[in-house]
Design a protein around this ligand. Structure first.
Ligand code: NAD
Length: 265
């Protein structure tokens, strides 16, 4: 039986929702009757297909905004458009993210700048624009899609781990600032989820380590995940729906680990 989280008619912006986790979380919200602002890169025909499919399947309004998460003015515009089009903004999911894997001494400067911009600064700009709207409504939910790498490190991921640790600090700070306004700010910290972002890493890690892709999956990627299973979209959606519902009102400033026990080690 489907659970009703009481979100019907609310409005959510989900950054990086043309693919992977962001798309799955946007779809989970839409399935609860939430109107969605989709965002992310990709080929326009494919994006329009995704947008129309989500709207039709769930009977909600789905709007696409192509803000580039490295461009603060475009991020601010996306939040303004959400408010202008729907009249409110109830949920902000800061999800867009990219990865680059290289030893620190070879880590390209432009990759560092790009990862910090997309994985960390974009959440600052979107949150800064959304908080006044949420405070005025007396209600809002901000969920940052962090990572197990917000809590622990792995080699060759300096920018990603730095950005994800940073987003945990941002999450806690915003949580304290909005706590008395009916707004919460939390981070979901997934372990490995099989998305295009991870599939690309399997190939990169295999090349960097000179081992097969099967060996990377078993000995590198799922080595740190005690369940030896990838985290699923449904498992992440369950935590998200709890956090953004009224049941999540006292959950604030926390890291919600959904990592099969990775960070318990
Ligand atoms: P993905 O590559 O499938 O999706 C990333 C999304 O971000 C895409 O929609 C892409 O278009 C968008 N994006 C990238 N650069 C952008 C830009 N400049 N402007 C706007 N959008 C941009 O990746 P994913 O695995 O679904 O990752 C989503 C989030 O989850 C990321 O923050 C990632 O760090 C985090 N995460 C992923 C895993 C995992 O195992 N897949 C684990 C922990 C955390």
């Amino acid at each position: 039986m489907a659970v009703d989280f009481g979100l019907q008619g609310q409005v959510a912006v989900v950054t990086g929702s043309t693919s992977g986790i962001g798309h799955a979380l946007a779809d989970a919200l839409a399935s609860q009757g939430v109107n969605i602002v989709l965002n992310g890169l990709g080929e326009m025909t494919a994006i329009e297909r995704t947008r129309a499919e989500m709207a039709e399947t769930h009977g909600v309004e789905v709007l696409y905004h192509g803000a580039d998460m490295t461009k603060p003015s475009q991020i601010v515009d996306m939040i303004a458009v959400a408010k202008a089009e729907f009249g409110e903004l109830d949920i902000l999911i800061n999800n867009a993210g990219v990865q680059h894997v290289a030893p620190i001494e070879d880590f390209p400067d432009d990759k560092w700048d790009q990862i910090i911009a997309i994985n960390l600064s974009s959440a600052f700009h979107a949150t800064k624009a959304a908080v006044p709207i949420m405070k005025a409504q007396g209600r809002g939910r901000i969920v940052n899609i962090a990572s197990a790498h917000a809590l622990v490190a792995s080699p060759f991921k300096s920018a990603y781990v730095a950005a994800k640790h940073g987003i945990m600090g941002l999450t806690k700070t915003v949580a304290l600032e909005v706590a008395q306004h009916g707004v919460t700010c939390n981070a979901i910290c997934p372990g490995f989820v099989k998305t295009p972002l991870v599939e690309a890493q399997i190939a990169d890690q295999a090349a960097a380590r000179g081992i097969s892709q099967e060996a990377v999956m078993r000995d590198v990627i799922l080595a740190s995940q005690p369940t030896k299973q990838f985290v699923t979209f449904e498992q992440l959606s369950g935590v998200l729906l709890y956090l953004v519902s009224d049941m999540g009102a006292s959950a604030n400033g926390a890291a919600w680990q959904v990592d099969g026990g990775w960070t318990a080690q």
